[in-house]
Design a protein around this ligand. Structure first.
Ligand SMILES: [Zn+2]
Length: 150
């Protein structure tokens, strides 16, 4: 699977993460899925409703349900939910234990923006994967290569 993200989307995602410091930002990424290529065309920031937003994130339930509900409508317009993102204000772009415990295996991509070095944000993409027969285990988050386009 090829994963492409538009430069403009990447910079808006990073800007959202910066704007919400010292808290974690979170949101969804939408775009097109054509044959074996995912092309991310927009980001939608969601409210972080976690009790401790400095070190965790949880989508506001109503906003998240609206995204899932509208996915059917977007599919007809050629856009669909392709991933989620969140930031690590002071940690690296690697999944925490909490991230792995909470990730949903049906999600195509999972992005982490690290602002530990404010001058040079790091963005890593992962592919959630749950091994067959491991329903009780946390998802694995396998590194995912992507290209920046447009
Ligand atoms: Zn995290």
């Amino acid at each position: 699977m090829l994963v492409e993200i538009e430069w403009d989307v990447l910079s808006r995602t990073i800007a959202d993460c910066r704007a919400r410091l010292p808290f974690e930002a979170c949101g969804v990424l939408l775009g097109e899925h054509k044959s074996d290529t995912l092309r991310i065309r927009t980001c939608v920031p969601l409210t972080n409703a976690a009790d401790r937003p400095e070190t965790s994130f949880r989508f506001d339930e109503r906003e998240w349900l609206r995204i899932l509900y509208e996915d059917d409508l977007r599919k007809r317009a050629g856009h669909r939910l392709l991933g989620i993102y969140h930031s690590h204000p002071a940690a690296g772009a690697v999944p925490s234990a909490d991230d792995r415990a909470a990730v949903w295996s049906g999600l195509p991509t999972y992005w982490i923006v690290s602002l530990a070095d404010a001058d040079s944000p790091q963005i890593a993409a992962f592919r959630p994967h749950r091994p067959p027969g491991a329903a009780h285990m946390p998802c694995e988050l396998l590194p995912l290569a992507y290209s920046i386009v447009g």
